[in-house]
Write a protein that binds this ligand. Structure first.
Ligand code: SF4
Length: 474
């Protein structure tokens, strides 16, 4: 998906040590500077990283462009989570190769997880690529670009144990001026056997909470009303104050951000069942502006498969977490991630995943079939023995069951009134607004005079599909 460059406003940078401002890419566009064009693939973390990269580039006299043809520098911020994700990038490079033939001075760079996974192999396999930069090395971009200007290739794929880019002011890309991501930590210490992230993003490190609060304050000042705190596993967020040794847990961070302003909605992603403790749930119940929505990946509904996946919890533990959410935050919506057809999965074990979807009553899920990733624990230890047609059939059954559950879940919202934050015009009609409720459900309703994106409106739900609620402002 191409990030279209967007709109928000400059904020002060006077607070030394926490120089924070978010800049809108439009104000940075100037034809006399070298132009960069960036495409982001994969998870929200990558989109957030692209905003960090945009900031680093604008600091070294590059300006953003929406038009790839105009770009002097083309960057693909890539994902490696499945084989398909990398194939998509390889295909995109074929198109860019044509462009580069017409514009030989164009510099092409690969960022993100594919850069980290493949390293210099990418330079060998893809001759058009001049730059390969891993997720922890973006500060080195100005230096690497100089190397390319001198006729060399630029590569830096060093992973860091400290880097959080806490002092870098993201340039908000593809922003609607209402919602924004704030990355609170990087890396992951879990070693789920199917996952490349620990190899492509390194060890976990949490960012200074005061820089996070400062970014939230500035975003609120700039008119943003909904922020998502991002991390591979937000529940293991932990920061120790260097002087006082005070420990800041995720629940404490949530409270600090929620206290920025009651009109600033706070969301977070992604949670991990093993680390999600009740203190986070009690904090959600305590603050109206901490949204009542949790993304809690289960991956499989069967304990034997969960152990092969090295998810470090079993079905009973996961169910206990769901019960805790239902008890402490009764109006909380829950979504999940599910993998179909993991190594040695039997039909009965597949049925356990289907029953989990029904039992957990997810409002939605991200669903994929298992894609073996080189270098992972699973690739080294287990045979990818489930035939692709069986994987696809099981995935279809999971999607079908999830759609039925989502449809019933959203239908139960008919007749309820929700406080909706307007994010912009509905895709289908500019006569309608779209926005989300606290439960992260998209709500479509007829425009009314006197309100605009960034405003809250109470909406009475009159109809629902498996993905959207429809209603009218009341
Ligand atoms: S928690 Fe597991 S699936 Fe998620 S990023 Fe970490 S290793 Fe990957």
């Amino acid at each position: 998906m191409n990030p279209s460059l967007s709109n928000s406003r400059i904020i002060d940078e006077s607070r030394q040590g926490e120089p924070f401002y978010s800049t809108d890419s439009e104000t940075l566009t100037s034809p006399e500077l070298k132009q960069f064009y960036i495409e982001s693939y994969g998870c929200a973390m990558n989109f957030s990283d692209s905003e960090i990269v945009a900031s680093i580039l604008t600091e070294c006299k590059y300006s953003p462009t929406r038009e790839i043809e105009q770009a002097d520098l083309v960057l693909l911020n890539t994902c490696s989570i499945r084989e398909k994700a990398e194939e998509t990038v390889r295909k995109r490079l074929r198109t860019i190769d044509q462009l580069k033939k017409q514009k030989p001075g164009m510099t092409v760079g690969i960022l993100g997880c594919m850069a980290e996974r493949l390293k210099k192999t990418l330079l060998e396999e893809e001759k058009l690529v001049d730059l390969v930069v891993g997720p922890d090395a973006y500060r080195d971009l100005p230096n690497l670009l100089n190397q390319v200007d001198d006729g060399d290739k630029g590569i830096n794929v060093l992973l860091s144990r400290e880097e959080t880019y806490a002092d870098i002011n993201p340039v908000r890309l593809q922003s609607n001026g209402v919602t924004a991501f704030i990355s609170i930590m990087r890396g992951c210490d879990n070693m789920c056997s199917f996952c490349v992230v620990p190899f492509t993003r390194g060890r976990e490190r949490s960012r200074d909470p005061f820089t996070i609060v400062s970014e939230a304050e500035h975003l609120f000042g700039a008119g943003y009303r909904d922020i998502t705190l991002l991390g591979q596993n937000v529940d293991s967020y932990k920061w120790i104050h260097p002087e006082t040794q005070e420990v800041y847990s995720f629940a404490r961070l949530l409270e600090l951000v929620a206290q920025v302003h009651p009109d600033l909605r706070v969301r977070f992603s992604t949670s991990h069942p093993k680390d999600m403790l009740d203190d986070v749930l009690h904090m959600m119940a305590k603050y109206e502006n901490i949204c009542k929505y949790i993304h809690l990946p289960v991956q499989s509904g069967n304990s034997r498969i969960l152990s092969l996946m090295n998810r470090t919890y079993d079905r009973a533990w996961y169910e206990d977490r769901i019960r805790a959410i239902r008890k402490i935050v009764p109006d909380c919506a829950i979504s999940s991630d599910i993998i179909a057809g993991f190594c040695t999965e039997t039909e009965e074990e597949h049925q356990d995943t289907l029953s989990m979807i029904k039992w957990a009553d997810y409002s939605m899920s991200y669903m994929f079939f298992y894609s073996e990733r080189p270098g992972t624990l699973a690739a080294r230890k287990y045979k990818d023995d489930i035939p692709e047609d069986v994987k696809k059939r099981r995935l279809n059954e999971i999607v079908q069951v999830q759609n039925e559950v989502s449809r019933a879940n959203l239908a139960r919202d008919i007749g309820k009134t929700f406080k909706v934050l307007i994010e912009g015009d509905s895709k289908k009609s500019d006569q309608d607004f779209k926005g989300r409720n606290s439960q992260n459900k998209m709500v479509i309703f007829k425009k009314i005079p006197g309100v605009q994106p960034g405003d809250y409106v109470n909406v009475l739900i009159e109809d629902a599909t498996s993905a959207t609620l429809m209603g009218r402002a009341v």
